[in-house]
Design a binder for this molecule. Structure first.
Ligand SMILES: [Zn+2]
Length: 543
């Protein structure tokens, strides 16, 4: 996969700056510096120390930017289908018990997979989509997420290059690329899957999505024989909601990791992973909001659900929850030498939450979106308050988080040129216009492709979203290994259906950028039928 050495997507360049505030380092000693400074140069943390310590060499004359906030390592989200995040929360129509039950229903096709198929096959919309869904991450302090996969009519796959780090594409040895999809050929047997696993640094795959025995079979299919399992430290199972306590023991004993997505699980299945058992089995845990149709709008929101569930069942400390989106997430990726904590020599990915009072870990879990004061990726300020942007000499596009004004700086040499051209406001307009005329767009796509002929057309590849969840692209986002000679789970092509999409889709409204700017999000959380009412109530209270 790595041919000629390409330059890293995030080169070690960038401005010199000093940020002051309370520093939650997330280092091995859990150090919190009540009043500290981070010294940033060329994308790297030159020093992280008390505000009254003398500055390191090379920082005399650099002005100190006082954030009046708490600095955290940039938040790492280990699971999100970003492509779907232009869509609003789905009013889940019934309680399901595993993933295969909802992927094919008509309402899902009308509301989720149909619209995505149309957007995914409209190449001119894709830069706008990338810009918009990345901004949704950024405004919540997310500096790393899963990427957006494309594939072309020439059979080539690639990931879009945007502003936030992408677990699958870094072009840098220090940040080994995670694998998130598996070819059918590697799913023929558990031993074949094991061979494949051993070649990866981190294999992030959906596992046991659901809370019934059918979902659990995906886990059981990992058994090669006796206590020989296709489970290694490289395996990172997404959801893993079908595992019983004894399964978690088997899973944890082999060093595997998991990604917890409580809101998505609760909305679809009315329950989530047996996460206390996962903790007891020492499973390394990350967190992901899954996608906007059945999950949190961003990782900051998912942290709130994780906190509520954990407090209710007395499972994790606030520190352990923050670790899921910082140092543990980095260690799952094999990125912990360079990311996941604020320590000298590491990359300057920083999320700053306004305010310095109270418990430093709870401060992040209970932060509102408008409290996110500054987000720095690789030393470059990407999102922040107008005051901090001007102190740091950055200009950028204005964006509203509820009634608060914020700035976004979206210029990056290495990003996809098509994405680089588009502002967030234009991206939002283009997406909203497209969602409004979905039936017409569908109709166009259903016409015979007369325009596709001609030498010019043939020469330029046509890219589309690789919606591996709903279109057969030859690879899958979930292993469906055989158990007792039967594949665990159908290849769910939820795009399939009898009526043409133009007959079933309706105009849609673009999912707003933040909960703070979305009058319908909290009411629709309250109206969800599978969410425990206590959780819905407490979640609404956290916004
Ligand atoms: Zn997922």
């Amino acid at each position: 996969m790595t041919g000629a050495r390409k330059p890293p997507i995030d080169p070690l360049t960038g401005p010199t700056a000093i940020l002051e505030g309370r520093i939650v380092t997330m280092n091995a000693a859990d150090t919190v510096i009540a009043s500290g400074r981070v010294y940033i140069k060329a994308g790297t943390l030159a020093a992280v120390q008390s505000a009254d310590a003398p500055p390191p060499a090379g920082f005399s004359g650099v002005s100190v930017t006082r954030t009046h906030g708490t600095l955290y390592p940039g938040l790492i989200e280990l699971h999100n289908h970003l492509s779907y995040n232009a869509l609003r929360l789905w009013a889940v129509p019934k309680k399901f018990s595993n993933r295969d039950q909802w992927g094919g229903i008509a309402e899902y096709r009308q509301r989720v997979s149909g619209p995505m198929t149309i957007i995914g096959e409209t190449p001119e919309l894709l830069p706008a989509l990338v810009r918009y869904v990345e901004a949704k991450c950024l405004v919540a302090g997310v500096t790393t997420s899963q990427g957006i996969a494309l594939f072309s009519n020439a059979g080539v796959r690639r990931f879009y290059r945007g502003i936030i780090r992408n677990v699958e594409a870094t072009d840098e040895a220090a940040l080994p690329e995670a694998t998130t999809r598996i070819a059918d050929v590697d799913m023929q047997s558990a031993s074949k899957f094991l061979e494949r696993l051993k070649k990866e640094s981190c294999f992030l795959l959906h596992l046991s999505e659901g809370v019934d025995e059918t979902a659990r079979k995906h886990f059981q299919a990992l058994q090669i024989g006796g206590d020989h399992w296709a489970i290694t430290p490289q395996l990172t199972g997404i959801h893993a909601a079908g595992l019983k306590a004894a399964d978690w023991d088997i899973y944890g004993a082999r060093g595997a990791a998991a990604v917890w997505s409580p809101l998505s699980n609760l909305l679809l299945y009315g329950d989530t992973a047996q996460i206390a058992a996962a903790k007891a089995a020492n499973v390394r845990l990350g967190l992901g909001s899954d996608w906007s149709p059945s999950g949190s709008k961003n990782l900051l929101g998912e942290l709130k659900v994780a906190k509520l569930w954990s407090d209710h069942h007395r499972i994790f400390t606030a520190l352990e929850l923050v670790a899921m989106v910082t140092r543990t997430a980095a260690s799952i990726l094999g990125w912990n030498a360079v990311l996941g904590s604020l320590e000298p020599g590491k990359r300057a990915d920083i999320s700053v939450v306004d305010g310095v009072d109270g418990d430093p870990y709870d401060h992040l879990l209970t932060a509102k979106e408008a409290d996110m004061a500054l987000v720095v990726i690789n030393g470059v300020p990407r999102f922040g308050t107008p005051a901090l942007f001007s102190a740091l000499n950055v200009s950028g596009e204005t964006v509203k988080i509820g009634s608060a004004s914020r700035r976004l700086f979206l210029t990056q040499d290495t990003q996809d040129p098509q994405v680089g051209k588009i502002s967030l406001s234009h991206a939002a307009e283009a997406l909203q216009a497209a969602l409004k005329k979905l039936p017409a767009l569908a109709k166009q796509l259903e016409k015979p492709k007369a325009l596709m002929r001609g030498p010019l057309r043939a020469a330029a590849p046509v890219w589309r979203l690789a919606l591996d969840e709903i279109v057969d692209t030859g690879v899958s986002v979930r292993p469906r290994l055989p158990l007792a000679h039967r594949h665990t789970g159908a290849r769910a092509l939820a795009g399939a259906g009898t009526l043409p999409l133009s007959k079933i889709v309706r105009p849609l409204i673009l999912d707003p950028l933040s909960v703070a700017g979305d009058a319908e999000f909290l009411p629709s959380i309250r109206a969800q039928r599978n969410l425990p009412p206590w959780l819905a109530e407490e979640l609404v209270n956290l916004y």
